[in-house]
Unconditional design. Structure first.
Length: 505
């Protein structure tokens, strides 16, 4: 297995990667760190002032809102080109700062490139309807206008892709962006920020179209509370969403929330079991269990339960854990010790509830990397869906439960507070359609014969219940970044009133 790289080498490499993207760190209280060694990467900059950023964003908005959308798209096109040019550097930076394996770091940059392509096309398709008017000589239609500065609060686990889903749409929609990245991943944000500034500069866009504001809870809270920020898009825990949402609602702002998930897969007796096992292992152990779409609950038909658990456990035992930048590694580190402690506490609670840890769950590589937290992904069989199974622990724990009847499986599936992503493994058309039908999965994402994670950007991304209800990325999610205006135009010489009302003067 790979050895953990020397911290000094990583720190030096980080400096090169940042410079290659044109990013500069400054002295300040915001510190960067790598979960690969657990060591510090030095200062990233100073915590920013949201009020000042909002003022600057409004100056940019004055210009940007009347810039034609296809011209706005040019900035996003250039950003997409720069992301392509810097894909390997940015991907490596994501690996260093978030601990993702190399292909997932690169995949995250690809997700940014994809949404840029999508948004460029969208910049010529921000269309409204023309609706039949009941009045002669009248036209009824809807138009979509820019809304104003968008606050983006992003999480450590997708430190750049989730920003790009919001930013690419917001920029073509005519909205400046104020980005408060996770305080665990400031460097990747600075690198993307620098590439964005280059794209904006080269296209003569106004200054401050994108502002990266480093900081923590205070900056997030200020963004939520600021009257000058009509849209706040926040990704993170449900606990964070509970703080942000009421503050935005109290000022009648718009919140786009992407909060916790507790995603499940149902494995039916007709499933292609080998395919199911591959899908399960990627979704549950990939990204070290730190995706909001990570598979956390396995609901398996009793007739295949033991076989599936055994196969997943076997696959888990041979998962290469270690340096995420090394060839062959599939599981990198957890983001920090707090994560590892929460994982251990959850495993203890699950065992107290009658669960059995079939594989994994313990710490790895602690001799080599005492300040880093590598954990072996765990699979735990549970006698039922206890409270710990119903809560999201942001670590690689997969709880397995048996079912006898599909209706019971779906009821169990939906019987959690979160509603992000879900899946069923089956070759039975009736079961598949039932699962994605109106009385099936209650999640924003419901898949058949793939796990719940790893969505493409073309669909709308988000979920219901404690996941927050927001939709980002593809489909018509762009509407969340614009204001809808209904227009009635009278091109006749008369003034007929709607609903046949008479008001002759
Ligand atoms: C997240 O974990 O916040 O569907 C986003 C997926 C990725 C995005 C995850 N495309 O797993």
């Amino acid at each position: 297995m790979s050895t953990i790289p020397q911290h000094d080498e990583l720190a030096k490499r980080t400096g090169h990667l940042l410079a290659a993207c044109g990013a500069k760190v400054t002295n300040g209280d915001q510190m960067a760190r790598t979960p690969i060694t657990g060591g510090s990467l030095g200062a990233a900059g100073a915590a920013g002032d949201i009020g000042a950023a909002v003022d600057r964003a409004h100056d940019a908005f004055e210009i940007w809102r009347t810039t034609p959308a296809p011209v706005r798209g040019n900035v996003v096109r250039r950003l997409g080109e720069l992301l392509r040019e810097h894909k390997s550097q940015l991907g490596e930076l994501v690996s260093i700062e978030a601990g993702k394996i190399r292909s997932e770091g690169l995949g995250e940059v690809q997700e940014m490139i994809d949404i840029c392509d999508f948004a460029v096309g969208l910049s010529r398709q921000l269309h409204g309807l023309t609706i039949a008017s009941e009045r002669p000589g009248h036209r009824l239609m809807e138009t979509w206008h820019p809304m104003g500065p968008v606050g983006v609060i992003s999480a450590f686990n997708f430190p750049v892709a989730v920003w790009s889903w919001n930013a690419a749409l917001a920029i073509v929609a005519g909205d400046p962006v104020i980005w408060k990245p996770s305080d665990k991943t400031p460097l990747t944000a600075l690198a993307c920020g620098a590439l964005f500034q280059q794209a904006a500069r080269e296209n003569g866009a106004p200054e401050h179209l994108l502002q990266v504001v480093l900081g923590g809870g205070k900056q997030g809270a200020d963004l939520a509370a600021h009257e000058g920020v009509p849209i706040v898009s926040a990704t993170g825990s449900t606990a964070m969403g509970r703080k942000v949402a009421p503050v935005v609602a109290a000022r009648f702002g718009r919140a786009i929330l992407e909060l916790g998930g507790n995603n499940a897969a149902i494995v039916a007796p007709s499933a292609d079991l080998d395919l199911a096992v591959r899908g399960i292992v990627f979704s549950a152990a990939g990204t070290a269990g730190q995706r909001c779409t990570t598979l956390r609950r396995l609901i398996v038909h009793r007739s295949v339960h033991d076989e599936i658990v055994e196969k997943v456990a076997k696959a888990y035992e041979s998962l290469p854990i270690g340096d995420p930048l090394a060839d062959g590694t599939l599981v990198g580190p957890l983001i920090d010790g707090g994560s590892f402690d929460r994982m251990q506490a959850a495993l203890e609670t699950a065992q107290g509830d009658g669960g059995t840890v079939v594989a994994g769950g313990d710490r790895a590589l602690d001799d080599e990397a005492p300040d880093a937290f590598y954990a072996r992904p765990a699979i735990v069989t549970m006698p039922g869906q206890t409270e710990i199974v119903r809560s999201e622990t942001f670590a690689p724990i997969l709880y397995a439960m048996a079912y006898d009847d599909l209706d019971d499986a779906i009821a169990l599936h939906n019987e959690v507070p979160q509603g992000l992503a879900s899946s069923i493994f089956t070759t039975d058309l009736r079961e598949a359609e039932t699962f994605i039908g109106a009385a099936g999965s209650d999640c924003g994402i419901a898949n058949v014969n793939i796990g719940p994670s790893g969505a493409e950007i073309g669909g709308a991304f988000g979920g219901e219940k404690e996941t927050g209800g927001g939709r980002e990325s593809g489909s018509d999610a762009w509407k969340g970044y614009m204001r809808r205006q209904t227009n009635t135009v009278n091109y006749s010489r008369d003034l007929p009133l709607a609903q046949g009302v008479n008001f002759d003067v």
